[in-house]
Design a binder for this molecule. Structure first.
Ligand code: SAM
Length: 284
């Protein structure tokens, strides 16, 4: 199967329209040889007919070809305790603040995207080690990712040593058991995080994906253009409680974006607070 530049650009636009990821032309060129067997496996004879198939799947909500294509285009890099300053801010300041002000004793946290699960499991460990007691609280931690194989890894909860490159050894011995060269999340951790395989742009349609107190959306916005970033931030806003907290990656920013979040910071890190009123992002 020959693929023209026009067909590659068409595929790039279809991918961006579905999941937000903006692929560079150089990456598409690099992927060419891997795209062809995926297209063929779904019965497409040209890349253009494969793009049409992907568009039809978007319309009818049966993402079979998407499930095979997405692992080629996503970047799943992650590890436990990534961007520690922000995690400490979460544990030491945001969680105690929520515990102080929330009467209904529910704490709902979303890690989106979660890749292979290191981030939501880190959140579960941090909650365990928080200075405030969550006894009597209903705590829910969700991890979501569009890439099926990484969600399966998250559910298996078996990790190589490299996943712990930023992890204090005390967590490894307390929460994981060694299996050969790998480490498996023990009972204390596994089962405390629920996972969902899905496209975050469709989150508004998922039952129960609302009223989150904290949303971690780290290291995803960098793959989106500004308009797509704004679209996703609006999805998150609708899924949060007023005054909920949004944490994005260190290299990401909502600066000059008109969204209903207020930028806040402590000495360690920045975060965003969901506002109830419409308006542009305000700095404090
Ligand atoms: C670099 S990882 C970030 C993982 C983690 N938040 C962290 O910071 O370590 C980015 C993930 O975003 C996922 N992703 C990309 N577009 C998505 C979408 N529209 N919906 C859900 N997940 C998406 C990819 O599959 C990938 O696993």
């Amino acid at each position: 199967m020959d693929i023209s530049r026009g067909e590659l650009l068409q595929l790039r636009d279809v991918v961006q329209g579905y999941c937000g990821i903006r692929l560079e032309e150089s990456k598409l060129e690099f992927l060419k040889d891997r795209l062809i067997p995926v297209a063929r496996a779904h019965g497409a004879t040209t890349m253009s007919s494969f793009s049409q198939m992907l568009l039809r799947e978007m319309a009818f909500g049966t993402p079979k070809a998407w499930n095979d294509l997405l692992p080629l285009v996503t970047i799943n890099e992650t590890y436990f305790f990534r961007e520690l300053n922000q995690l400490e801010l979460f544990r030491n300041e945001l969680v105690p603040e929520i515990v102080k002000r929330k009467a209904n004793r529910t704490l709902r946290i979303l890690s989106a995207p979660c890749s292979s699960g290191e981030e939501p499991y880190t959140i579960a460990m941090l909650l365990d080690e928080a200075s405030v007691s969550l006894a009597g609280w209903t705590v829910e931690i969700w991890g979501v990712d569009i890439d099926g194989p990484v969600i399966q890894k998250a559910q298996t909860a078996l990790y190589p040593r490299s996943a712990f490159r930023a992890t204090d050894g005390k967590y490894l011995s307390k929460y994981f058991t060694q299996e050969g060269d790998f480490y498996r999340a023990g009972n204390r951790l596994a089962g405390r995080v629920k996972f969902k395989h899905g496209n975050l742009f469709e989150m508004a349609r998922w039952p129960g994906f609302s009223a989150f107190d904290v949303i971690f959306c780290r290291n995803l916005l960098i793959y989106f253009d500004k308009a797509t970033q704004k679209r996703l931030i609006e999805v998150f806003h609708k899924a949060m409680v007023p005054g909920g907290y949004l944490l994005i990656g260190h290299s990401e920013s909502l600066l000059s974006m008109e969204v209903d979040f207020m930028l806040k910071s402590n000495k360690q890190a920045i975060y965003y607070e969901a506002q109830t009123t419409s308006g542009s992002l305000r700095n404090v």
